[in-house]
Design a protein. Structure first.
Length: 264
């Protein structure tokens, strides 16, 4: 997630440091966590150069730990994103997600509890996985594909779809007076989101605010560059859809989503 946050500035991740704290260090658990971090760094092309491991008895109950980290990247000042030439008519490309990624888990826990499921129970929306395994599908790393697209020229802005979803993350990269029109019928929903909506009786607006609903990264490009940028992203392993366009918009609702119910 840290590396994905960096590339929306046009920056290349350089290195990552982690912080792991528990009441009592369980070596097997810690080794598995660090192994996962190392794999994330490999996918991001960043070095894992160190970190901190702390034991704090009394601060954490048995079996719990706290994990944090940060990533440092670099970009030439004149190449920082978003570019100032984002304009109405620019196309919005959505890169598909692998699941809920790392956001919305307060709501996830409530829905799982409401369904009467345990984390070790069989997942009701995916095969051969427990509930925990299904929800902990690793966050997709968009670093290498997006950097390749940026370096090819034509990418005006990137938005990592985290907490706040499409409705709150896209406005961050748009100039004043502009908004976005999104057609939710342009991509395929994931079973996990359909299950969360139905089981938790969550309305569509809250789904689009709390979750990525299948789109983990937004790429804004000029209409004439959309096809070539899409080819670069596809070549680098991304599944994508043109999901909307930039519009003139001076209202409080800067992102308008149509066909939202077709995702579920």
């Amino acid at each position: 997630m840290c590396a994905n946050d960096l590339i929306v500035q046009g920056a290349e991740p350089l290195f990552f440091l982690d912080y792991f704290a528990s009441g009592k260090l369980e070596l097997e658990v810690a080794e598995n966590v660090i192994r996962g971090i190392a794999e994330g760094c490999r996918q991001a092309g960043a070095a894992l150069i160190g970190g901190e491991t702390a034991e704090m008895p009394g601060m954490y109950v048995e079996g719990h730990y706290d994990l944090a980290g940060f990533c440092v990247g670099a970009v030439e000042r004149q190449e920082v994103l978003p570019r100032p030439d984002v304009m109405p008519g620019d196309l919005i490309i959505g890169l598909t997600s692998t699941g809920v990624h790392s956001n919305g888990f307060s709501l996830v826990r409530k829905v799982v509890e409401r369904a009467g499921l345990g984390w070790d129970d069989a997942s009701p929306f995916s095969e051969d996985e427990t509930v925990a395994e299904a929800f902990l599908t690793p966050t997709r790393m968009y670093v290498k594909s997006c950097l390749a697209a940026v370096r090819a020229g034509g990418v005006k802005a990137l938005a990592h779809i985290t907490g706040g979803g499409l409705v709150e993350n896209i406005p961050r990269i748009l100039p004043d007076g502009m908004g976005a029109e999104i057609d939710a019928a342009s991509w395929h929903g994931l079973p996990v989101f359909s299950w969360l909506k139905e089981t938790g009786n969550v309305d569509s607006h809250e789904m689009f605010r709390a979750f990525n609903v299948g789109i983990g990264m937004i790429v804004i490009v000029g209409a004439t560059r959309a096809e070539s940028i899409a080819q670069i992203l596809h070549k680098n392993g991304e599944k994508m859809h043109i999901i909307g366009q930039v519009t003139e918009n001076n209202t409080a609702e800067r992102v308008k989503i149509s066909n939202g119910d077709k995702l579920w």
